[in-house]
Write a protein that binds this ligand. Sequence first.
Ligand code: ATP
Ligand code: MG
Length: 422
Amino acid sequence: MSKSIQAVRGMNDLLPDVVARWQRIEAAARTALAAYGYREIRLPLVEKTELFARSIGSLTDIVEKEMYTFEDRNGESLTLRPEGTAGCVRAGIENGLLHNQVQRLWYTGPMFRHERPQKGRYRQFHQIGVEAFGIDTPDVDAELILLCARLWRELGLNGLTLEINTLGTPEARAVYRTELVRYLESRQAELDEDSQRRLHKNPLRVLDSKNPAMQGVIAGAPALMDYLDDTSRQHFDALRGYLDAAGIPYKVNPRLVRGLDYYTRAVFEWTTDRLGAQSAVCAGGRYDGLVGLLGGQPTPAVGFAVGLERLAELLALDAGNTTDTQAAQAYLAVLDESVRPQALRLAETLRDQGLRVEFNCGSGGLKAQLKRADRSGARFALLLGPDEAARASVSVKDLRHGAEQATVSQAALGDYLKQRLA
Ligand code: ATP
Ligand code: MG
């Protein structure tokens, strides 16, 4: 036998039991997004490298060292998308969706970053991204945060913490940046290797360091909040007012920055203390400059992305939290070859009534079929043999609650099962 081939490191298979949890998240997200008037857009996984270099910023970790970039057969440089906002903005401009319009959009799918794989951090991971274009006022920032809160509620997650901050305008940030660099230089000996590297390239990112040894230096850094321009401050205060009025608790974290260059003004992050080091489940903020930067008419914009692996991981901690909407509800066992045609018809009739029925294809005695029925996860085993067939009935066995076996007429079976499942 030849050696089997393994998946690429950091790129995971999601097996059916795990997918059940993902589907629950996706269904809840679809409902929540529709409740606010957000519409789905589907975007390519591959874009021109230039798109990310220009939007994310060439000095960010992503563009410097995390992108899957390759030349296609025509020698054009292409990149597997490391995030979704750039592609969404590109599509919005290209298809005339953004100029002088309000657009509320969302998308989901895999993203690719060449990071060091560990729990909660993968090379192919998945996001739900949500973007609102054409609205300058902080009510839409609040709306996005309310949307997140609704999704967590819907999923039964209540341990998430909301942190908010404002990054100000690029002009205000430039002044702050100078002050920050001056401060960090004064404590250069205490900076770890990553922070040394970021010091002159992307100093704000030093504030984002997860290294415990760096926290003292970070705590002493000047606060961006003290360098804010008036409009950014008003925007931020208004956002806080809306969150207070809506009863959404939050912490102002003056050290909260984003790894991407294109953010301006309000930024936010939802974190958990239940997942170890990879604690951010959702991150977002305003990026009013990006549409213009990518060649569109200047358009205000704000959005966020949810990390689905981390969210699914969080849901998994609360066992019994997911019903598998793919698993069969009933398993139809065929006790004699002579009744197989009738059994096939019966299964179809039940499916017509909206039930999920797994049919025992192939052979097997009663014992083997009941074992399969159990493994299928179905609540009921339906037994059809010559006796039942002759009386147009079925024997129904509850596999989960140890109740007596019942005989039910085939005509009434669908309603009977639905009633018992309700
Ligand atoms: P982190 O600080 O954890 O690296 P980030 O700032 O790079 O996150 P964003 O680009 O803002 O993350 O992405 C939004 C969300 O996507 C994150 O909050 C996280 O939940 C998820 N995410 C980001 N990178 C990964 C990854 N490599 N593997 C799994 N999930 C990820
Ligand atoms: Mg990152």
